[in-house]
Ligand binder design. Structure first.
Ligand code: UD1
Length: 418
């Protein structure tokens, strides 16, 4: 495993262009399995998880091509394999997103249950129950979710809790079901809306994208299209928070500020000046951030994927912050690594209380997942001395050109291969 070595104390200044969202491109790649003819996807981020998904689609029998701009074209017109084995899905939980499309298109799907996860248990019961509401026979057997249905039929399902990939899986399946499907308590994340927009441009009949009730009129087949993936709000906000922490001035292009309203308001509350424009925003700070409380919730709430960065910000803020994690129960595990960096933090269940310190102190730390890794690097930026962040392959799953961008903003950072 590689490590990133950061020399703290630099102020981040400059401009960043953000590419498409990981959490939108992965379901959209899986949605291509629903069509008979090629689908082209642009604004694709250069990420390990994209490569992993492409390998999975290729192993199922889809034909993929990639051009020099990283536009991916997927032709899933042939009869595909409908079994996704553990070796292909173990490194990425989003692989479960092939379940709905394979079932809807080919009448059968077996997807291995992915293994454990550093941020907490991530069951797929809602994916299963949603597909059952569309008439599928689904069992969990020998470590696989096994689903079968000659042709799905429209149905009604209210999710027990808001689930992003659960909503996406059932939405994709409903697109080809016979009749009308009504899904309630759906995720409203911009990435779900982006998937719905892509499906609509493939000919799906979906109403309500971005609201909690989705109505889908199933169609017989979906046709070719070209889709540009929505910008990655989590990556964009990471650089905005880094600007506030280092008292810098960073302009982010390629992310709709409407997708980050609550986060940008929190940054304003820390004392930073935040300007927004059509497809971007600028964060400027010239003083120590003031402490703010943060509570993670499904969209439009504060994203759980930015909770580690909120902890980093709180660690050097003036005052005491209460951070509440409402989505993933084990997502505070990484706080121990923040404490190694000198954060004055205590967790109790899903609450973390952080008393900000003037400066963190460098220490070797270990990434456990994508976002924890990014949070630790932000910590390293405001620590004295040299911080080694180990196991940075996690960061590569979600952040394209991570060190290159950080360096272009003035960060002193290098990667050392393990
Ligand atoms: C997606 C994102 C991830 C983000 C998360 C929450 C992708 C590829 N990943 O993950 O980056 O952190 O949304 O915004 O888009 N749950 C169940 N049963 C289910 C499904 C979910 O109990 O069948 C629970 C989970 O344990 C969790 C909560 O619902 O507590 C939300 O999880 P969910 O929205 O499903 O997360 P993912 O879609 O896996």
């Amino acid at each position: 495993m590689a490590k990133i070595v950061i020399t703290g104390g630099e102020v981040l200044n400059g401009e960043v262009q953000i590419s498409g969202a990981k959490n939108a491109v992965l379901p959209i790649l899986c949605a291509t399995l629903l069509a008979d003819r090629p689908i082209s996807i642009g604004n694709v981020p250069h990420l390990h998880d994209v490569t992993t998904t492409m390998e999975l689609l290729g192993a199922l029998g889809a034909q993929l091509t990639v051009d020099e701009k990283l536009t991916i074209t997927v032709d899933a017109g042939a009869q595909l394999q409908t079994v996704a084995p553990y070796e292909l899905v173990k490194t990425m939980r989003a692989s479960i997103l092939v379940l709905g499309p394979l079932l809807a298109k080919h009448g059968h799907a077996e997807v291995s249950l992915p293994g454990g996860c550093a941020i907490g248990s991530r069951p797929v019961d809602q994916h299963i129950r949603g597909l059952q509401a569309l008439g599928a026979d689904v069992v969990v057997e020998n470590g696989f979710v096994k689903a079968r249905a000659d042709r799905l039929r429209g149905g009604r399902y209210a999710f027990d809790m808001v689930t992003v990939t659960g909503t996406e899986n059932v939405l994709m399946a409903a697109a080809l079901a016979r009749g009308t499907t009504v899904l309630e308590n759906c995720a409203e994340e911009p990435e779900v809306v982006d998937l719905a927009n892509c499906l609509i441009s493939m000919g799906a009949k979906i109403e309500g994208a971005g609201a909690s009730t989705l109505t889908v009129e199933g169609v017989g087949r979906l046709h070719p299209t070209t889709h540009r993936v929505v910008g990655d709000r989590i990556v964009g906000a990471t650089w905005g928070i880094a600007a506030a922490m280092t008292r810098g001035d960073v302009t982010v292009h390629g992310v709709a500020p409407a997708h980050l309203q609550l986060v940008l308001n929190k940054l304003r509350d820390t004392g930073a000046v935040v300007e927004t424009f059509d497809e971007g925003f600028r964060v400027r700070a010239d003083a120590r951030p003031k402490a703010v409380n943060v509570s993670t919730l499904p969209f439009p709430g504060f994203p759980t994927d930015l909770q580690p960065m909120a902890i980093g910000l709180a660690a050097v803020a003036d005052g005491m912050s209460l951070i509440t994690e409402n989505v993933f129960e084990a997502r505070f595990r990484f706080v121990e690594e923040m404490v190694r960096l000198g954060a004055d933090a205590r967790t109790d269940g899903h609450h973390a209380v952080i008393r900000g310190v003037e400066q963190l102190s460098s220490a070797p730390v270990w990434c456990s997942d994508i976002r924890a890794g990014a949070g630790l690097v932000l910590g390293g930026l405001v620590a004295d001395g040299v911080t080694d962040v180990h196991d940075v392959e996690h960061i590569d799953r979600g952040y394209p050109r991570f060190e290159e961008i950080l360096r272009s903003l003035g960060g002193e950072i290098e990667r050392v291969s393990g």
